[in-house]
Design a protein around this ligand. Structure first.
Ligand code: CTP
Length: 405
């Protein structure tokens, strides 16, 4: 049974929120509701609670008074959050990330899919501001259930009427039954740089943004995998539905990976620092004199990809690495595939400052059987391509998996 957190905002279509509960219960959904202040102008919390058989929440602070953070709990314990009807104001609030009431706070705190069914006057729907907001919400991975056109409660005709209740429920059902080729599989993904401390304020690091690893984690999760993302220090939001573990050093990253095994799939997208200072000073290292030089001795860090690929017990079935090269792309990457013992390697050209921090990547996928080059692609497209290849590999109908032939 899927649990839906239904947010009903201020619109004449609010009464249809109650219809969503009635028809949704018939389809086996369970509902908990939040009524915004605007929503309460049209329907009462009592009707929503009576129909759903669960509490209807309205206040942010009565929940945060609980020993457990009520709004955080609400945002996490449902399978999906549905905002229906979503007023123009609610959409604008979601775009700006404001959280001055329970509904907007829950929407900002959630790690679950969010679907919105807009409802408003057609002029409001067509307004540049609303259309701009819709584009931003799509970019923020919010699902938009498009409004219908026809005659409206205000007497005018146009697009803006909330989608039919059956359409909204069909949309949710389709989301849950959509093709999830990696359902039931566990994936471990590393991303970002590692920072190796020299002293409490200085470190050795690199320019990795983490974008590629985060995109891979997102697409694997979208394909149904249970994904844990072990991330070095980056400034990126956690992909929807992904468990994230933040680490600083290569040693921490290896320990975090080891503690999250077993997994079926390992993707090493992190730019792990190859070396760390032999000793990290507990105190800030002082200059001996203004012009004195300073010798730093480095030792090799563990190679996480190689370690995981060579595990005798509990090796993930498919181990994928990335090879960042500035020259001899294919020969160097192929040598890396063999040396590190991974099944596939994605070679990417990092010469001339491309890739690190950028949105595009030029890649070649190397497996023991084939070398396939692709033109310039967004990191998102690389992630999608890799996920499709992984899905093919695990598909029961596919031929003998690469690497075992
Ligand atoms: N990798 C790793 N642990 C390391 C170094 C690299 O897990 N200590 C992984 C990366 O996540 C990537 C692959 O190994 O999947 C290759 O990384 P890359 O930086 O291209 O190779 P290096 O091993 O660092 O080799 P070199 O610097 O000599 O090119």
């Amino acid at each position: 049974m899927k649990r839906i957190l239904l947010i009903i905002s201020g619109s004449i279509a609010a009464y249809k929120g109650l219809e969503i509960i009635r028809r949704g219960l018939e389809r086996g959904f369970e509902f908990t509701t939040i009524l915004t202040a605007g929503g309460q102008q049209f329907i009462t919390p009592l009707s929503a609670a009576s129909l759903s058989g669960n509490p209807c929440y309205t206040e942010l602070f009565s929940l945060t008074d609980e020993t457990q953070m009520g709004h955080i709990r609400l945002s996490r314990e449902h399978d999906v959050i549905l905002v229906a009807p979503a007023s123009a104001d609610m959409l604008a609030k979601m775009v700006s990330g404001r959280c001055d009431d329970l509904a907007s706070t829950v929407l900002l705190a959630t790690d679950k899919p969010v679907m919105v069914a807009p409802a408003m006057n057609h002029k409001m729907w067509e307004h540049e501001a609303t259309q701009r907001n819709i584009q931003q919400l799509i970019a923020d991975h919010i699902h938009i259930i498009q409004p219908d056109s026809g005659s409206m409660a205000c007497g005018e005709t146009g697009t803006g009427r909330m989608a039919e209740v059956a359409t909204i429920l069909d949309y949710i059902e389709a989301h849950f039954t959509a093709n999830k080729p990696l359902a039931g599989l566990k994936a471990l993904v590393t991303a970002g740089p590692t920072f190796e401390p020299i002293d409490p304020v200085r470190f050795i690091g690199n320019r990795s943004s983490g974008k590629q690893g985060f995109a891979v984690a997102q697409t694997l999760a979208d394909a149904g995998a249970d994904v844990t993302l072990i991330s070095g220090p980056v400034h990126l939001p956690t992909p929807m539905g992904v468990k994230r573990v933040d680490v600083q050093t290569a040693d921490d990253m290896l320990a975090a990976c080891a503690s999250h095994l077993p997994a079926d799939i390992f993707v090493g997208a992190a730019a792990v620092a190859d070396w760390k200072p032999t000793l990290s000073s507990e105190q800030k290292i002082k200059k001996q004199s203004p012009l004195a030089s300073f010798d730093l001795t480095l030792v090799a860090n563990p190679d996480i990809l190689s370690h995981i690929a060579h595990l005798k017990v509990g090796r993930p079935q498919l181990v994928v690495g990335f090879a960042a090269e500035t020259e001899n792309l294919i020969p160097f990457a192929t040598e890396k595939l063999t040396r590190k013992g991974c099944d596939w390697i994605i070679a990417n050209d990092v010469s001339a400052g491309c890739v690190f921090g950028q949105d595009d990547n030029t890649i070649t996928l190397i497996t023991p059987d084939e070398t396939q080059s692709f033109g310039i692609m967004s990191k998102q497209a690389v992630a999608t391509l890799l996920t499709e290849k992984i899905a093919d590999y695990f598909s029961p109908s596919s031929p003998l998996p690469v690497g075992e032939g």
